[in-house]
Every structure is written in C-alpha cells, then in structure tokens.
Design a protein around this ligand. Structure first.
Ligand SMILES: [Zn+2]
Length: 334
C-alpha cells in the first residue's frame, strides 16, 4: 500500500476473518491547498490554515484556525494483507480503496462526526502508561534539540532541574516527549514534538497513545498542583510552561497544549483554585480564553486573563511583530 505503516498489536475478530489494526503514520503535506473548504469549521482555506496529510484524501488534516484534527478512520488488515476500514453506518468492514471514492468520502465524513458524538458518552476507561517508559525516555540519548537549545540559553543547572520537573523525554529520531502526567503521578498520554537547533518548532508531531485506546490528555504539568503550593498560571504551549518555570520559580506553570486545549475534562482538576491564563498573542487565542472564563466559573475555577496583547487586533499585532507570539518570546527578547 502507498503509505508506510506498521502493524500494531491490536487484533479484532470479525466472523471467520481476523483483522489486525494498522498503525497509521500521519505526515503533513508540505504544500497546502488553498482551494478547499475546511471540514471542521467550514471556511475557505484561502489563508491555508488547514494542513492535509500525505497520501490521504483532503478532508483529513489539522486546522490551525479552529484547532481540530480531522482524522482518517482506523484501518485494519486481514490475513491476506487486504486493507479495510470500519463502516460505522453499515456496521461492517469495507475495502480501504473505497475511501477514495467521492460518495464514500461523504459518508465517512458524516460517520466521523457521528462517532465523535458517540465517544463523548461512551468513552473507553482511562488507561495509563507505565512510568518506566517515562523514565527510559528521560535518560535516553541523543538529547533532543529543545533541551540542547535551552541549555545554550539558560545553562545546565537550570535545565537539569526543569527536565526533572517536567520529565522531558527523548525519542530515537530526535523528538521531544511531553508526558501528560496527572495529579496522582499517573501517565495518561504523550505528545512528541520536533524542534530545530534554534529552539523553533517544526510542523511534525506524533501522538503515540490514542484516545480510542483510553489515553486521554490532561493539563501538562498537572502533578505540580499537588507537589508545590504555588499560584497556578496556564499557558498554551509546553515549551512556554518550561521556560517560564525557569524564569519565574514562584508559580506552577501548566500548559493546556493548544489553542482549544482548555476542555472541561482537563480543567476540572483546577476546581476551587484561582488561576491566571496567558493566551498567545492573537485575537483568536484571546477570544477563546475570554469565552472560557464563564464556563470555568461554573466549574468553581476563579480564572482571570493576562492579556499580553493589551487588546490590540491582529493587524496591530502583526505591525509590531508580536502576532502569535507567546510569553516565552517576550522572555527571550528581554
Ligand atoms: Zn477548522
């Protein structure tokens, strides 16, 4: 088949045939198609916020505008190497080649939305990753580009501390592992990001543990809440949380991991707390955070926003060179 895949261990039985689930490696296309309409927020992709995956139909991809990933369905392989996907509407396996047929794509699109809705009521129980896996990733080499960059900026002593504090891991292919560890020190999920030598992120990332298997994300750094009795500040990116923890040690720095990452599921752990949210510098990020405040108060969270953009609109931010910057960018420039 055209995409590179590895057979995962999960097996699914269907009548006499046996199907093995195939791990899909989603790689973003370098070129973005500005002529499509985004499947998530139904906008024209003129601004090229929607990135599609290599070798997949263009209804699948990640939207930088609304923050939603539209993922292709899981694919299974029978004993003869034929590939299938699970047709949710007709409740049977269908040949994967059908995915490329336009009429089927429409159906799959509907069923993707359908399963999303079902999953919220019918979630798999939470499964944790063995802490040993975290320990191995923290001590394995080579060290990732983000840590190397931070060492060059802040020195070894501070970075050793911050690596321990956040359990920053390495992968064999140079990735930085951000472990989602909850307040009970149980490991829920991981995000692997890839950085350049100058500390800037590339567009490549991996999510090795999936929601459908019971791995749900929590706030990055959640366990710090039980460890230190400090005021809590929430930022968007994991990297910003770490850099702020180096510079301002009197606070617990947590990250919600993406512009739409403040879900009630993740935020409810902050019930009873007073928190400060620092959105990235764009109208969109500020609006999302502002809209969230009321909802948070219904979860008994007293949240306020530190608006670094001082109410400026996107054009003004672009003019000043602050657009889409975060607290870490400011600290670096100081
Ligand atoms: Zn969207």
């Amino acid at each position: 088949m055209i995409f590179f895949r590895r057979v995962a261990s999960c097996r699914l039985f269907n009548y006499r045939k046996m199907y093995k689930k195939i791990e899909q490696h989603l790689i973003f296309n370098k070129k973005r198609n500005s002529k499509i309409v985004t499947p998530c927020c139904r906008k024209s992709n003129k601004d090229q916020k929607f990135v599609t995956y290599q070798n997949y139909p263009e209804i699948y991809g990640y939207c930088h505008s609304c923050g939603k990933a539209s993922l292709p369905p899981s694919i299974y392989e029978d004993d003869f190497g034929n590939e299938f996907y699970w047709d949710v509407n007709n409740k049977k396996f269908e040949n994967v080649l059908q995915l490329y047929d336009k009429s089927v794509l429409q159906q799959v699109k509907r069923s993707v939305i359908h399963t999303d809705n079902c999953n919220t009521n019918n979630k798999k129980p939470v499964i944790h990753v063995d802490f040993q896996v975290v320990s191995i990733s923290v001590t394995s080499s080579p060290e990732n580009n983000l840590l190397l960059y931070l060492r060059s900026q802040y020195g070894n002593e501070k970075i050793d501390q911050v690596q321990k504090m956040y359990y920053i891991g390495n992968t064999n292919d140079g990735g930085t592992v951000f472990w989602n560890i909850n307040k009970d020190l149980k490991v829920q999920k991981a995000k692997i990001c890839y950085y350049k030598k100058n500390g800037k992120r590339t567009s490549k990332f991996k999510v090795p543990y999936k929601n459908e298997d019971g791995h749900y994300s929590c706030l990055y750094g959640e366990y710090l809440l039980n460890k230190y009795d400090k005021p809590t500040v929430l930022v968007q990116s994991e990297k910003t949380a770490k850099v702020c923890a180096i510079n301002f040690t009197d606070y617990n720095w947590l990250s919600f991991g993406g512009i739409n990452g403040m879900t009630n599921d993740k935020m409810k752990v902050l019930s009873g707390k007073t928190i400060l949210i620092v959105p990235d510098l764009s109208e969109n990020a500020r609006n999302i955070a502002e809209k969230k405040i009321d909802e948070l108060s219904s979860l008994n969270i007293d949240a306020s926003i530190w608006d670094l953009s001082k109410g400026m609109n996107d054009d003004e931010l672009k003019e000043k060179g602050y657009y889409n910057c975060d607290l870490e960018d400011f600290l670096r420039d100081l």
